[in-house]
Design a protein around this ligand. Structure first.
Ligand SMILES: Nc1ncnc2c1ncn2[C@@H]1O[C@H](COP(=O)(O)OP(=O)(O)OP(=O)(O)O)[C@@H](O)[C@H]1O
Ligand SMILES: [Mg+2]
Length: 188
């Protein structure tokens, strides 16, 4: 379903990543917006309350595209069809499901770190399923048990490389989803 990225492509993926000994590390080749949607849906299927996904990458990398696909799937699984507006100006959008809330944050325009508490994000990290675009704005509020996904744009227009990293054992549940041969590859 997802292709193995080249070492050269992996070299390009940078960003804020867990410091040492990732318990899970995978690099995926997302050849089209639909491939990104498939990854988002596969991931959404194993998410539980308290799971936070931090999406890094430049403008237009596909962070919102990923979040929308995941949230649309989580809602439709429960029989809900809703618009999934961008939180660009509101900073957060929330959705209430019987089992959990879904929070979608876009922190690009966050001006003051105090807003993180005011928005209720710290509590959401504990209790909700939370997606965060531009998570570098979180600073010390970055949840240590989050899944990090860094999307990079490539020369080919519709190609994105996704670098997936986690240190918390809660994400071992992704091992069944990701092709075995790319789980646990060392950082390059
Ligand atoms: N493989 C791909 N995965 C995801 N999006 C892709 C891919 N190829 C092309 N695209 C397109 O790239 C665009 C990504 O836009 P999106 O709003 O998701 O970016 P973003 O990372 O959220 O940017 P921003 O930082 O401005 O919020 C969309 O128009 C999408 O259709
Ligand atoms: Mg976005």
């Amino acid at each position: 379903m997802f292709g193995l990225a080249t070492a050269a492509a992996r070299d390009k993926s940078r960003g804020m990543v867990p410091s040492a000994n990732p318990s899970l590390a995978a690099t995926l080749r997302l050849a089209s917006p639909e491939a990104t949607e498939r990854l988002a849906v596969a991931l959404a299927n194993v998410l539980a309350p308290g799971d936070t996904i931090l999406l890094e990458g430049p403008i237009g990398a596909g962070k919102s595209h990923f979040c929308r696909a995941a949230i649309r799937h989580l809602l439709s699984r429960e029989g809900f069809v809703e618009d999934i507006p961008s939180p660009t100006f509101t900073l957060v959008q929330t959705y209430v499901l019987p089992e959990a809330e879904i929070w979608h944050a876009d922190l690009y325009r966050l001006t003051n770190p105090a807003q993180i508490v005011e928005l209720g994000l710290e509590e959401a990290f504990e209790t909700a399923i939370t997606f965060v675009e531009w998570p570098d704005r979180l600073g010390t509020a970055t949840p240590r048990n989050a899944l990090h996904i860094t999307l990079s744009t490539e020369a080919a227009e519709d190609l994105r490389i996704a670098r997936i990293l986690a240190t918390d054992p809660r994400w071992n549940k992704l091992r069944a989803l990701l092709p075995a041969d790319i789980v646990g590859i060392p950082d390059v």
